[in-house]
Write a protein that binds this ligand. Structure first.
Ligand code: AMP
Length: 384
């Protein structure tokens, strides 16, 4: 049974106190306004790339991070940038950070992430990309923004017109660098970097590190720290693994169909955040599915009650975050459903390892939206 040392005995979550030293966002050195935004978003703990990259970037280091979409890479660079923004009036001020992205969709998405994470610091991030009337971008730049996020081509346009002042930049991020190379932006990126202050901090995020990306890094980064998101080597037990591609808005309907078709005797449905857990739990109960929810905000008594009902089979569906489900030891889970794809392959193996215990066959079903497809490919590659 248990180790005789009480500190090594698993608590409800299966974590022992000896091993329960997971990093929190606060541990990483982020301050209250940012921590508050993360709480509101329902993020429970940093993803692996965040746990590694945030402290390094806060310390001012240059960085090469090998991480793909879905790993939480945006927050990994956005949070330290927001934390390090110099306080003071923004009006008319030149941007302090620049993010280059391969596509306008990503530029918009990243700029939105800055707004969301920086909402209690009033961060203003402007996406600039081709296709949008340049006048609109000019007005916003004149009023003053903290962060500019743009595609290399449009950034160069602004530089040539003299409408983008790079002199106050403290940090430059190359996001999805391999994609930018694939799209032929190499020279543009070099020209932009050449026009930024030499003492800037530079970080490069890329899913893969082909030669040209590595060469750019060695030309423009100063003694960069390196971060690679762990790829799980562990093999996956006897588990039937299925993946359905669904449109983002159809996800709930797809889940309902899967539940109706599979008739799980006991299933864990994983979501990324507490908020998603609550909202999905409500929707399932609203459709008369016997679902319970589990996440880090529940009291011990509440958790115990949920688990008792789940173990006893009164609730067939447990909607949970990764953190809440960690160390949960329930025999006979017939299905693991990834409502959101996990942040990294290791996480995936962890999640689906909850089914197929003790030689039983289990079933893992993953719902992916087109946006999550790359993350899935990455998991498939890493787990074989
Ligand atoms: P990214 O890899 O930056 O595209 O992020 C993928 C998704 O993960 C986004 O929808 C984020 O909102 C979400 N996300 C990022 N960090 C966390 C976290 N620590 N906990 C939960 N969700 C997160």
């Amino acid at each position: 049974m248990y180790d005789s040392d009480p500190a090594a005995r698993p608590d409800f979550w299966g974590k022992t106190r000896k091993t329960a030293m997971t990093t929190t966002f606060a541990d990483l050195g982020l301050s209250e306004p940012i921590l508050q935004a993360l709480i509101e978003l329902g993020y429970e703990e940093p993803t692996p790339v965040q746990a590694q990259a945030i402290a390094l970037l806060l310390a001012g280091s240059d960085l090469i991070a090998q991480a793909q979409t879905g790993t939480g890479k945006t927050a990994a660079f956005a949070l330290p940038i927001i934390e390090r923004l110099a306080p003071g009036a923004r009006a008319g001020r030149a941007p302090q950070a620049l993010v280059m992205t391969p596509t306008r969709e990503l530029a918009v998405q990243v700029a939105e992430a800055f707004h969301t994470y920086g909402r209690h610091r009033g961060v203003v991030a402007l996406p600039v990309y081709g296709g949008q009337p340049i006048e609109r971008q000019l007005g916003a730049l004149k009023r003053g923004v903290d962060v500019v996020v743009g595609t290399p081509g449009r950034l160069l346009d602004h530089m040539r017109r003299g409408t983008l002042d790079l002199s106050a930049l403290r940090t430059v991020i190359l996001d999805e660098a391999d994609e930018m190379f694939a799209m032929g932006f190499v020279e543009d990126i070099g020209s932009i970097l050449d026009a930024t202050p030499a003492e800037r901090q530079t970080a490069l995020f890329s899913a893969t590190m082909p030669g040209p990306v590595a060469r750019l890094a060695s030309a423009y980064l100063r003694e960069p720290a390196r971060v690679t998101v762990g790829v799980a080597g562990g093999s996956v037990p006897q588990i039937r693994q299925i993946c359905y591609e669904v449109g983002g808005r159809d996800k709930f309907e797809a889940l309902a169909r899967v539940l109706d078709y599979e008739q799980p005797t006991s299933a864990i449905v994983f979501c990324r955040t507490k908020l998603e857990v609550d909202s999905l739990g409500d929707r399932l109960v609203g459709r008369a599915y016997p679902a319970e929810t589990l996440h880090g905000d529940l009291s011990q008594v509440q958790r115990d009650r949920v688990m008792q009902r789940f173990r006893a089979g009164q609730a067939e569906i447990l909607v949970a975050t990764d953190v809440a489900a960690r160390g949960l030891d329930v025999e006979q889970i017939s299905h693991v459903i990834n409502y959101d794809i996990p942040h990294d392959p290791e996480n995936y193996v962890h999640r689906i390892g909850r089914t197929g215990r003790a030689g039983r066959t289990g079933c893992a079903i993953t719902l992916v939206t087109p946006r999550e497809r790359r993350g899935l490919q990455n998991i498939a590659r890493a787990t074989g």
